[in-house]
Design a protein around this ligand. Structure first.
Ligand SMILES: CCCCCCCC/C=C\CCCCCCCC(N)=O
Length: 529
């Protein structure tokens, strides 16, 4: 367990080779099964759908358009795309209609000036969606768990309350993975969601329905949650922006399942997902109640930011190699920074990234929380994973294969408090120190959000640990933003994540805005004829 460079050992190279071979085999197999069976995506006809949530809010409060008209546009879009994509899984269109009329009446009455509205109700009349694990009063609150499919939320999650206070209107819920613990969004309550750029591919997870809904412009913005990459992976696979805020700045009440320890409370974050970078800052202000900790009103001078980047985790076992199109993004960004701003981005080689997976798994262990097998019963017992596996084979299980597999492997690796656990937690602590030292007050770190663009449905089962590119940032307790940067050679979205020290979220967001300007950001999905 010392500091020797494991990536150079013979056995490591053999394991990498076997993994690469298995990965190629599955790529070929899934390509055969799914290749060529893409469904056509309805094109965006209504130009309002292309606008940022902030631009829509401005149009509503300056009476250029009504909230009701905006709502109708998004409802129509959801009805158009959902049969193909299955991203929105519950709606409250009737209630939203009344709330939109109230917003319009407020604007029409003129009792409050435009300026005051902009300050106090910055998203007045703007429709949004959130994932089915963040409670919205009256709507299903299942987190993709079959035994919770009859549960309706009795109140709004704290984050929804804050958004409503800012005038935004929740219109529906989006799909998730079972108990939000996987990076493909498919479950036995709502089924599976499809990628808008290629319906044979995944939308990611656990906020996969939300990533998909944003990519196809089904709502003005979305809210996701992330304990291992669940905001950033779907943002990556669907080509949108997603921000994972500094720990404990956005309230978590009303997110199911709840974190089981104080540590997990810092790993789990709720944050915005959107098509336009300009929405990140105002949304973050609303959901953090403009926390003074984040100094979101302080202007950021790009020239004063120190840029560091690393193109891969150094080749850890059981994780895919970073695809060439993704690797190439780092050189493009470095070139842009140099040319446009005379900024030199520094390439670094932080070795601990190649232990990301083991570090994440160890840090997720808790002293006394329920097991995953217990959580799968909504804490009313525990499932027998072997029996569930038999039932799954004959299509009688209410659980996804990966949830059953997670129960089977949850005791593997280390246990809370044992030697290996202590080693991996201390590695995390040292890594956190190393990152914090590197980033200082004004540094950002650019890193792949994920090593490959969206795989075919079910293909993540053949490379489960690829999520470690995002997961490591959760346990380091740092904020991060996914930045979309166009499409790869297969027409699938790619991009990178930008990470800063705690409380420096505004730096990540400033970089997102800069790279959107330089590289175009969200690309509306094309029609596949
Ligand atoms: C047949 C192969 C089965 C492999 C089973 C592997 C089990 C892996 C378990 C957990 C992977 C965690 C994925 C984290 C996804 C994101 C979580 C989040 N909410 O942010």
């Amino acid at each position: 367990m010392g500091e020797r460079d494991e990536s150079k050992s013979y056995s490591h190279r053999i394991s990498k080779l076997i993994f690469a071979f298995v990965e190629c085999f599955f790529q070929f197999l899934f390509g055969l099964v799914y290749g060529g069976a893409k469904e056509a995506m309805p094109p965006i006809k209504d130009l309002l759908l292309l606008e940022s949530a902030s631009a829509i809010a401005l149009k509503i409060r300056t009476k250029k358009i009504t909230s009701e008209q905006v709502l109708d546009s998004f409802i129509e879009r959801i009805k158009e795309v959902n049969p193909v994509l299955n991203c929105v899984v519950a709606d409250r269109f009737d209630e939203a209609k009344k709330e939109a009329q109230e917003a319009d009446e407020r604007v029409r009455s003129g009792t409050v000036s435009e300026e005051v509205l902009a300050k106090e109700k910055p998203f007045l009349g703007v429709p949004f969606t959130t994932k089915d694990c963040i409670s919205v009063k009256g709507l299903i609150h299942s987190s993709g768990l079959f035994c919770r499919k009859h549960i309706r939320a009795e109140s709004d999650a704290a984050v929804i309350e804050l958004l409503k206070k800012a005038g935004a209107i929740p219109i529906g819920l989006t799909n998730v993975s079972e108990l939000c613990m996987w990076w493909e969004s498919a479950n036995n309550v709502h089924g599976r969601s499809n990628n808008p750029y290629d319906t044979t591919r995944i939308v990611g997870g656990s906020s996969g329905g939300e990533g998909c809904a944003q990519a196809c412009a089904a709502s003005a913005f979305g809210i996701g949650s992330d304990i291992g990459g669940s905001i950033r992976m779907p943002s990556f696979f669907n080509g949108i922006f997603g921000h994972m805020p500094t720990p404990l700045t956005v309230p978590l009440a009303g997110q199911y399942p709840e974190p089981v320890s104080d540590e997990q409370r810092k790993f789990l974050r709720i944050g915005p997902m959107c098509r336009r970078a300009e929405d990140l800052l105002p949304l973050l202000k609303v959901i953090t109640s403009n926390s003074p900790r984040l100094r979101l009103d302080e202007p950021v001078d790009l020239k004063k930011i120190k840029f560091y980047y690393q193109e891969s985790d150094g080749g850890s076992k059981m994780v895919s190699a970073v695809a060439p199109d993704i690797k190439a993004l780092f050189a493009k960004v470095a070139k842009h920074l140099e040319k446009a701003h005379d900024i030199k981005a520094n390439k670094v080689n932080l070795k601990r990234f190649n232990k990301s997976g083991p570090i994440w798994f160890a840090n997720m262990k808790s002293e006394s929380g329920p097991t995953f097998a217990e959580q799968l019963t909504n804490l009313e017992g525990k499932i027998n994973p072997w029996w569930e596996l038999v039932k799954w084979v004959v299509r009688k299980s209410n659980h996804s294969l990966v949830a059953i597999a997670t129960c089977l492997v949850e005791k593997s690796g280390c246990s809370y408090g044992d030697e290996k656990y202590k080693y991996l937690v201390s590695e995390r602590d040292q890594f956190r120190f190393e990152m914090s030292d590197l980033l200082g007050k004004d540094g950002v770190f650019l890193y792949p959000t994920h090593p490959t663009s969206a795989p075919y449905h079910n293909q993540p089962l053949a490379k489960p640990f690829n999520f470690s590119y995002t997961g490591i940032i959760n346990v380091l307790k740092l904020p991060a933003t996914h930045i979309p940067m166009g499409l790869d050679r297969n027409g699938l979205p790619i991009g990178i994540q930008v990470i800063s020290n705690e409380e420096n979220d505004r730096l990540c967001i400033a970089v997102a805005r800069e790279l959107e300007k330089a590289f175009g950001g969200w690309v509306p999905p094309e029609v596949i004829a």
